[in-house]
Ligand binder design. Structure first.
Ligand code: G3P
Length: 218
């Protein structure tokens, strides 16, 4: 049950990684653009922080993705997971990279059929996009459930990494249907701690504790 942060904001990653509850990071071109930084500077900073698993997205033709994937894997070693899209070119690149023992995360998965192809191509992870499926009036968590069910049935080695997760209840639901990893924005990770009844309960415990202490001092 692994939690990844879906961001390229190294300050926030550092803060949350220090909790010991975060297992990795996923990035994509949009998140890198948002950070305003050079992608490889971001990856290096995360490796220096000790992040063991960082998804680094590659783009272009199949050949270009293979070349870039090899280069990144050589530069960043075992910490690098190469992220490719679920296209013909992406899956061809996945097969080649996986055969060279490079970890691949196949992203932009919107159907169980795509996840099956990615698993056959040797992907370490498949990333179904829960929120974007929901945006299109389908059920993202059901897609995750379908994929985990198929992988379990066939004892696939590929892990399911639920992505495009935008709220706390989707995190629990994805883990509930067997997702191995859920990646989420730091805002969602922060909210996982919170529950109104925890706060209320704590207030009451604190008040009672204060009155116990006061009465024993009297
Ligand atoms: O991990 C993929 C994620 O970054 C996409 O999220 O919210 O843009 O659909 P979103």
């Amino acid at each position: 049950m692994k939690i990844f942060l879906d961001t390229a904001d190294t300050e926030l990653i550092q803060k949350h990684f220090a909790t010991g509850l975060v297992d990795g990071v996923t990035t994509n071109p949009t998140l890198i653009k948002k950070s305003g930084r050079d992608p490889e500077e971001v990856y290096q900073e995360l490796i220096d922080l000790g992040l063991p698993d960082i998804s680094m997205e590659v783009v272009g033709t199949g050949e270009e993705m293979v070349a870039e994937g090899r280069r990144l894997a050589k530069k960043f070693g075992q910490n690098a997971t190469i992220k490719v899209p679920c296209t013909r070119g992406g899956l061809a690149a996945c097969r080649i990279l996986a055969s060279e023992s490079i970890k691949v995360n196949v992203t932009l998965i919107f159907s169980a059929a795509q996840a099956i192809l990615a698993a056959k191509a040797g992907a370490a992870y498949v990333s179904p996009f829960v929120g974007r499926v929901d945006d299109n009036s389908f059920d993202g968590v059901s897609l995750v459930a379908q994929i985990t069910g198929i992988f379990r049935e066939h004892v696939a080695r590929t892990q399911v990494l639920a992505a495009s997760v935008r709220d706390v209840s989707s995190v629990s639901k994805c883990f509930g249907v067997g997702s191995d990893i859920v990646t989420m924005p730091p805002t969602v990770f922060e909210k996982m701690y919170n529950h109104i009844l925890t706060e209320k309960g704590l207030d009451l415990f604190q008040q009672d504790w204060d009155s116990v202490n006061n009465s024993t001092k009297e």
